[in-house]
Design a protein around this ligand. Sequence first.
Ligand code: BTN
Length: 329
Amino acid sequence: MAHGAQSDTRKKLLELFAEANGEFLSGQKISEQLGCSRAAVWKHIEELRKEGFELEAVRRLGYRIVSTPDKVTANEIQLGLKTETLGHQIHFFEEVDSTQRIAAKLAYEGAPEGTLVIAEEQKAGRGRLDRKWFSPQGTGIWMSLILRPPIPPQQAPQLTLLVAVAVSQAIQEVTGLVPDIKWPNDILLHGKKCVGILTELQADPDRVRSVIIGIGINVNQTSAQFPEDICDIATSLAIEKGERIKRAPLIQEILLQLERLYKQYLEHGFRPIKLLWEGYAVSIGKPVTARTLGKVIRGIARGITDDGLLILEDEQNQLHYIHSADIQL
Ligand code: BTN
């Protein structure tokens, strides 16, 4: 079942509840602010209830939000979202093949910067290097964000690293866990992968038209829920934290950190982001094996270039600049 971008009225209603901060809002006030009838207000409230919002209604006081569901619907994400642009247009789906495919189509059709496509489940989630991405129902964050940066295509890898920093900061802020980043953008907790990022471009030779940033986060899976082939190398935030984590507040934090870093990047370039990325990086200074499409290169990871490429020094002290590879520590 698909829900398109949600109505402005619903968005306004959620903003009113966010401002009310758990206090009652009278039906009269809501209908005045939304410019609709009391009956229409009641209908919107019922829709929110169907989505799992717990709303208390008290005569003469009005309505207040008691609890929000652990869903990743547009309503859940937009209630309390603090960004200026990112996530203001949300396309939510219960089930899709891949949010990446839908976001690419929307971007091609002209969807604005900041549009987010998110699903409870992906049937054909895609990873880097043509791999599959395991995306079971209701346990993770499977989302794709459209950005339209005014940069040439060769700078796009910088954005990939920027996103890894933003997601790491958000995880740290929300859970207290301190993640590591493995070049280019795998996010690890205690050596196991909990986040994958896939960046895809729509570009002319000299400029980027749009970047589709796919973010997959294992949030609430238990160890037993991972398929056998990845259970030794994958983990979830809940496994590492020892408790379940609500997904919508984490998404809000990711969008906020991403917007902040993205603005910084557009104003001051990649330098400040590179420093932050290096602060999270695990592979730098260590021996690594890079498997590219045709080659295997062993060496010491010396750092990243100003364009975001990995610098690898082999035994003959020759430097290799890696665009895309699978890195083993
Ligand atoms: C990786 O291989 O590490 C990248 C995984 C990226 C997965 C995300 S989940 C949301 C978006 N939709 C997809 O099909 N893939 C990305």
